[in-house]
Design a protein around this ligand. Sequence first.
Ligand code: ADP
Ligand code: TRP
Length: 321
Amino acid sequence: MRVLTGIQASGKLHIGNYFGAMKPMIELQEKEELFTFIANYHSLTTSKDAKLLKQLTFDAAVDYLALGIDPNKTTFWLQSDVPQVLELYWILSKFTPMGLLERAHSYKDKVAKGITANHALFSYPVLMAADILLLDTQKVPVGKDQIQHVEMTRDIATKFNNEYGEIFTLPEHVVNENVATIPGIDGQKMSKSYDNAIDIFMETEKKLQKRCNKIVSSSTPLGEPLEYEGCNIYNLASLFLDDNRKAELQARYKTGEEGYGHFKQYLKGLIWDEFAEARAKRKEYINNPDVVKDILSDGAKKMRIIADAKMVQVRESVGIL
Ligand code: ADP
Ligand code: TRP
C-alpha cells in the first residue's frame, strides 16, 4: 500500500503531536510503502521570514529523523526538491472549479484568523492534490482538519480522469480514530496555540520538571489517597506505560503516601527517558547538517524518478508537447 504523509514545519513538537501523529506514522513504515515529505511550499503560504522558514524546515527534518523516520524504509524528501509537483499543480488547476476552492474550510478559517488572503493560500488544496496524485498515493493519513483536502483531491482527479482517461489513482484519507486526544498541562487538548504543551525536546531535565510542575492537579492533602482517574498527571504518564506499570502507578495513587509532586517528578522521568535516544540522535544531526541534507537529497532523487514518469503520462494526456 502506498501511503503519503506531508509535514507542515511549524516549530517545536509536543507530546500531543508525538502520540497523535508521529508515532503512528513511524509505526506505519514497518508495514507500508511510506512516503513522507516536508511541505515547505505549503508553509510559504503563511511565512513572512525567509530565515525562519529555512530553520523550521531543517528542524522538522531533524526532528522526524531523530524520532524514527528511517530513510532506509521511508522515502523522505523536501517538497521544493521535486519541482515537478509545481507543474502538476498548474495542470490540475485547470480541473479545479472555483466553487470547490471557495468551499474549503481551512482557507476560510485562515482568512477568519486574519491571515491575508492570497492566491497561494486559496489554491493550497490544488498543490496538496498535486503532492498526492504525483505518486499514485492510495492512503493519506491526516488529522480531521485535512479530510476535506483529500476529498478535494479525489474530486480533481476524477474530473481529470473523466476527461482524459484513468491517469490518477483516487486516494483515501485515513483518520486514526484510536488515537486519543492528548491533554495539555491544563487538561484541555494539548496544542502549541494554547500554551499548554509539553515539548518533546526540552533543553534540560530541569526545564522539563518545571513544565511538569505546572500540570493542574486537585488539592488533596498529602497522606490521603489520590484519584488517578481524571488526573492530568496520570493521563499523561499512562501514555508511556504498559498495563502492568499503569496498575503499579494506580496502586501508588491509592496508598496516599505520595503527593502530586512525586507523580510530577515520576512523569518527568518517563518523558525524559522515552526521548533519550531521540535527543541524542537529534544532537548528532544538528552537528552534522550535511548528513540531513544527503538524506533529503537521496529521497528527492527517488521521488524525481517517480514524478518524471507520471508527468510524461500527464503531459501526453493533456497535449503538452
Ligand atoms: P497544534 O494543535 O499544536 O497546532 P498541529 O495542528 O500542528 O498541532 O498538529 C499536528 C499533528 O499532531 C496533527 O496530525 C494533529 O492531529 C496531531 N495533534 C496535535 N495535538 C494533538 C493532541 N493534543 N492530541 C492528539 N493529536 C494531536
Ligand atoms: N496540508 C497538510 C497539513 O497541514 C500538509 C500536507 C501538504 C499534506 N501536502 C500534503 C498532507 C499531502 C498529506 C498529503 O497538515
